[in-house]
Design a protein around this ligand. Structure first.
Ligand SMILES: *Cc1c(COP(=O)(O)O)cnc(C)c1O
Length: 341
């Protein structure tokens, strides 16, 4: 199989149409067989549930070429389970886990020519999503849905080296205590767009959201969970029911404990104690971990000792170990790597 003629190292994070995508439709209470198609457009009613009442959720994951030339993906069963939780909360039908994983495998295999080669730093981003596709005008769930999976090659996240982020404590809230912060719903992103653009206009890379009820505890950013490192090298991550359960973060905690022998703590993290941490990172599929160099709380600067030029030492070890597992350089815990080809 010949790879596409793409300048992998200089790819950004944007949509590049690939050859095939998976589509399944839900109608009369059941999912159809589904199939791979070359058609990258969706035609739906102007009154579709997704267009009127934002009934949609999604997932994000990646396929990699490993050191020994296999194409693999990382813990797709967890994406299936998380999408199931999202669908249930949004009154959408669940796409069964085994079928979800098979759809990922089939879609990636059909776009093998777009899976970046080992060592390029680029990856194939995979986007499963579901939306209400038939007309609803009274407020209620749609009765027909479409589940799709497309892929798009994306470039190395740290192009030209790592650059620690400057983030601000945000005055807008991301998620209410009993709301939808814990599911991967498009609506959580729609309402965060103003806050992130505002952060950018003020010169910040990201927003640190606090818990909406008391505004004293750290939650997450718009699209990544926090990891902190204490002076005595303990890895700490915020615990909250309104945080999206990042698969990267959950995996990093296992890596910290099982591979690096570090103590880990998942607990409430108060904004007041952030000044005492020595490292801070944002975890998600896109970057694995992006280091944070500075946190600004209404003019008051918290400068992490790891500084503005590199990852802190523990963050770096976590990053190297997890990417080593994903790229097949290190042995993975059982069930973490799904071989596609
Ligand atoms: C997707 C997402 C993350 C990261 O989750 P991963 O499974 O690690 O990619 C974190 N926070 C939010 C709000 C997200 O939507």
């Amino acid at each position: 199989m010949e790879k596409k003629n793409i300048d992998w190292a200089n790819l950004g994070f944007g949509y590049v149409q690939t050859d095939k995508r998976f589509v399944a439709n839900y109608k009369d209470g059941a999912w159809d067989e589904g199939c791979l198609t070359s058609d990258a457009t969706v035609a739906i009613s102007e009154c579709a549930g997704v267009l009127q009442y934002a009934q949609t959720c999604f997932e994000g994951m990646k396929a990699y070429t490993t050191e020994d030339g296999h194409i693999v993906t990382f813990r797709p069963d967890l994406n299936a389970e998380r999408m199931e939780a999202s669908c249930k909360r949004l009154e959408m039908p669940v796409f069964p886990k085994e079928r979800f994983v098979q759809a990922i495998v089939d879609t990636v295999a059909a776009n093998e020519a777009y899976v970046p080669p080992y060592g390029s730093g680029a990856t194939l981003y995979i986007r499963p999503f579901m939306f209400g596709s038939d007309a609803v005008i009274g407020v209620k769930p749609a009765s027909e849905y479409q589940f799709r999976v497309f892929t798009t090659p994306v470039g190395p996240y740290f192009k030209g080296g790592v650059k620690p982020l400057t983030i601000r404590v945000c005055d807008y809230d991301r998620a209410a205590p009993h709301g939808t912060g814990h599911i991967k719903a498009g609506l959580n992103y729609a309402m965060s767009l103003y806050a992130i653009m505002d952060a950018h206009r003020q010169g910040f890379d990201e927003n640190m959201y606090l818990d909406a009820a008391t505004r004293t505890k750290v939650e997450e950013t718009g699209g990544a969970n926090f990891l902190f490192v204490t002076k005595d090298n303990k890895v700490v991550t915020p615990k909250s029911n309104s945080i999206l359960p990042s698969i990267t973060r959950r995996s990093l905690l296992v890596v910290a404990k099982e591979y690096l022998g570090l103590e880990v703590e998942e607990r409430e993290v108060y904004l007041d104690e952030v000044k005492d941490f020595v490292e801070c990172g944002l975890c998600g599929t896109a970057a694995v971990i992006s280091p944070v160099g500075k946190i600004v709380d209404h003019g008051k600067e918290i400068c992490l000792p790891s500084g503005m030029t590199e990852m802190g030492p523990t963050t770096k070890k976590l990053y190297d170990t997890l990417t080593g597992i994903q790229m097949g350089r290190l042995e993975a815990p059982k069930g973490w790597i799904q071989v596609i080809k």
